[in-house]
Write a protein that binds this ligand. Structure first.
Ligand code: 5GP
Length: 224
């Protein structure tokens, strides 16, 4: 017991978390469009004790009012996006309602190796691609409290035309059936609450035996 406590104090890295694995976690926040992924992600970053990094995606969609290039997205042309696809520059990418969205590869590797938690926010096809390549990542599916709530949110956002909203709603209907592929489901009943639950998930994931046993044994053998 005493030894256990000593280890805990030696390896506290952030937020008092007991981090036995040195590599950061890749956390995928996913779910239907309009469910509030972006708002939850921002609330998650506002929780003071964290070493999270947000991987800014690249898209061919036009910026919405108030969106900043390099902060909300890297806004690029279709030609530039397709060039990056050919160069294998994405961890994943997907076509969503007529536009490309993708996660640039270079940033993620660098941050994970530095022990940072990398948060990416992607739609469902993209999350499933990451699952194929990096099944050890943490997959979180955000759902609305009801279908009605999602439709209302998409309509009230006032950022998309009625035809795009309809496409997004149709897509959401298909995406719900893929929830079983994720590790966790978080209901967006309240933003702060949902962010809190994701924070708790990340902490718990660090304590998973398969992520921590290797270093734990090294510590026991006095090799660190
Ligand atoms: P929006 O146009 O509303 O910003 O994004 C449309 C959808 O694309 C949302 O579900 C959003 O989470 C998702 N998305 C944003 N970035 C990426 C990305 O890099 N890859 C994939 N696959 N989806 C993304």
């Amino acid at each position: 017991m005493l030894l256990y406590i000593k280890i805990i104090y030696n390896i506290t890295d952030w937020g008092g978390i007991l981090k036995l694995n040195e590599r950061g976690l890749l956390v995928i926040i996913s779910g239907p469009s309009g469910v509030g992924k972006g708002t939850i992600r921002k609330a998650l970053f506002d929780i003071s004790d964290n070493n999270f990094c947000y991987s800014v995606s690249m898209t061919t969609r036009k910026p919405r009012k108030g969106e900043v290039d390099g902060q909300d997205y890297f806004f690029v042309s279709k030609e530039e996006f397709e060039k990056r696809i050919k160069e294998n520059g994405f961890l994943e990418y997907a076509e969503f309602v007529g536009e490309y969205y993708g996660t640039p590869m270079d940033y993620i590797n660098k941050k994970l190796q530095a022990g940072k938690e990398v948060i990416i926010e992607v739609e469902v096809q993209g999350a499933l691609q990451v699952h194929e390549r990096l099944p050890e990542a943490v997959f979180i599916f955000i759902v609305p409290p009801s279908k009605k709530a999602l439709i209302k949110r998409l309509q009230n956002r006032g950022t998309d035309s009625p035809s795009i909203i309809k496409k997004r709603i149709n897509k959401a209907e298909r995406e719900y059936s893929l929830a079983y592929k994720y590790d966790y489901i978080v209901v967006n009943d309240d933003v702060a609450n949902a962010a809190d639950r994701i924070y708790a998930i990340i902490r718990a994931e660090h304590a998973k035996t398969e992520r921590s046993i290797h270093r734990y044994y090294k510590l026991m053998e006095g090799k660190e």
